[in-house]
Design a protein around this ligand. Structure first.
Ligand code: CA2
Length: 147
């Protein structure tokens, strides 16, 4: 059976493609979900793609991943820069974690330069637009020893 990768998205990412296209592009989160599912199939993986605006829900999903996922791709949104709770939950997850940002956070405000999640992530992808999710999945396949 294909191993499952949780792809978790934090606050406001439900607005992807609907606002601020100059920063976040024109693809919607549904477009990203479909592209990830397609690529995962080619890589011999399955995806479980979710978005929440609530920190505790993201923490609960990371706990769920301990039993249900081989790896986690996460764009924690603004919680990247603030959430020790998400870092702690990721530290309790045994598999690989890849952090994704649609925008290049390092070209933006100083408060976006710090990431708690990067302390745990095997890899960080930023500034590649929504293609970053697909790059993360390819790297995840390598880390998991899949296709
Ligand atoms: O670049 C990224 O992927 C971010 O994780 C996006 C977060 C931001 O707080 C991080 O610093 C970097 C914000 C997500 C907001 O998404 C929107 C998309 C379209 C319109 C408005 C917000």
């Amino acid at each position: 059976m294909a191993r499952t990768v949780f792809i978790l998205n934090g606050p406001n990412l439900n607005l992807l493609g609907l606002r601020e296209p100059e920063i976040y592009g024109r693809e919607t989160l549904a477009d990203v979900e479909a592209a990830c599912a397609r690529l995962a199939g080619e890589l011999g993986l399955a995806t479980d793609f979710r978005q929440s605006n609530h920190e505790g829900v993201l923490v609960d999903w990371i706990h769920e991943a301990r039993q249900a996922a081989a790896g986690i791709v996460i764009n924690p949104g603004a919680y990247t820069h603030t959430s020790v709770a998400i870092l702690d939950a990721l530290n309790a997850f045994a598999g690989p974690v890849i952090e994704v940002h649609v925008s290049n956070v390092h070209r933006r405000e100083a408060f976006r330069h710090r990431s708690y999640v990067s302390l745990r992530a095997e890899a960080v992808i930023a500034g590649c637009g929504t293609e970053g999710y697909l790059l993360a999945l390819r790297r995840m396949a390598t880390l998991l020893g899949a296709a």
